[in-house]
Design a protein around this ligand. Structure first.
Ligand code: KG4
Length: 345
């Protein structure tokens, strides 16, 4: 009797270079399978054509594993949620086409998901027998990833406003591009994080932007970092190798200071003390520590997601799918992916 009422959402994520599938049952996570793509490492960045080919190879085994691990049957899936955008068009097409095929074959309706909304709603992923203390509305979310740096005011599950955003590069891009200049592998963010732990964050100073409102800018920092290295390398060709840990620690500190400066301002001006962080860069240990310290000082209730839910994953897609299912928000076979999408869509 009860079984018929279960809401089983299959989530599909394929917006960039991770193919992921997840099953959420009545809002509780049952599985979250992620296949990364090593093929891009040799190129220092994601190659869109290679990404979509890898998604095509990965998607069926990944979905199969997610369904098996969840211990459910394909025919029991209530609805299929897929990332519609933003992301790489060819990559998104693989997930969208898969969702259509699955929907046609099983009769499960389709739910389109905005990837940015899903990052924010990663805070609501509930795991069996795990503590669950999601943010209360309204809350602010610092969304920091390879493609975005935004401060979002979250009024409800599907009601979000961007109150600040980068006018050029994202924080993740600043990490990755500066890491590349230092000869670190792609994506450089996690390498900078690791090396920063052994360095002095006050060894070097880099340019910080003077931008209005709650907006961000990271292109000046990238240029300042590049010129600084160019000048130092003229004096000592081993400068990067000799001072890599200090360079990483100072770069990381500058990025964190820039991010926190506007977040503190936004919290002050909106009066909101329920604060969260999401997106790939929220895996950064320095940022996590700085957020915890700031929260203690400013009496914020801080919400930091588990590592597994910070980078791209289908658990957040299935979870968002669950909320949209409850609101009856489905799409038809004419649904198409969008490379660019605002968080409100
Ligand atoms: O959200 P995400 O997985 O996907 C995209 O935006 O595509 O974010 C990826 C970004 C990359 O720029 C990566 O370098 C950064 O997140 N990142 C980190 C760390 N882990 C991932 N940046 C700094 N420290 C980390 N530990």
């Amino acid at each position: 009797m009860n079984k018929e009422k279960d809401i089983l959402i299959l989530g599909i994520e394929s917006s960039c270079d991770d193919t992921s599938a997840s099953v959420v049952k009545n809002g509780i996570l049952l599985s979250n399978i992620i296949a990364g793509q090593k093929v891009h490492e040799a190129y220092g960045g994601v190659v869109p054509e290679l990404a979509s080919r890898a998604h095509q190879q990965n998607i069926i085994p990944v979905v199969d594993q997610a369904i098996k691990q969840a211990g459910v049957r394909t025919e029991d899936i209530t609805a299929i949620a897929f990332t519609r955008g933003p992301g790489l068009l060819g990559s998104l097409l693989v997930g969208t086409s898969f969702a259509k095929g699955f929907s046609l074959a099983t009769g499960a309706p389709m739910i389109e998901i905005n990837h940015l909304q899903a990052h924010v709603l990663a805070h609501f992923i509930q795991e069996k027998d795990q503590p669950y203390d999601p943010p209360k509305f309204p809350f602010l979310c610092l969304l920091v990833s390879g493609g975005n740096s935004q401060i979002i005011k979250v009024n409800d599950y599907l009601d979000m406003e961007v109150i600040g955003q980068t006018i050029d590069d994202a924080a993740g891009e600043a990490f990755d591009k500066c890491a590349k200049v230092m000869g670190l592998p792609y994506p450089g963010g996690p390498f900078v994080d690791k090396l920063a732990k052994e360095g002095n964050p006050d060894a070097f100073q880099f340019a910080k932007p003077r931008i209005q409102n709650f907006d961000y800018s990271f292109s000046g920092l990238k240029t300042s970092f590049l010129y600084f290295l160019r000048d130092r390398l003229k004096e000592n060709e081993n400068f990067i190798e000799e001072r890599k840990a200090d360079l990483c620690a100072s770069l990381q500190k500058t990025i964190i200071d820039i991010l926190l400066d506007k977040l503190v301002k936004a919290a002050k001006e909106t009066g909101i003390k329920e604060i969260s962080v999401a997106g790939g860069v929220s895996a950064n240990s320095g940022l996590r520590n700085a957020l915890i310290e700031t929260a203690a000082k400013r009496h914020w209730k801080m919400h930091i997601p588990k590592f597994a839910f910070t980078t791209d994953n289908a658990a957040m897609i299935a979870m968002t799918g669950h909320f949209k299912y409850l609101k009856g928000e489905f799409v038809g076979m004419d649904a198409v992916p969008f490379a660019r999408m605002d968080i409100r869509v």
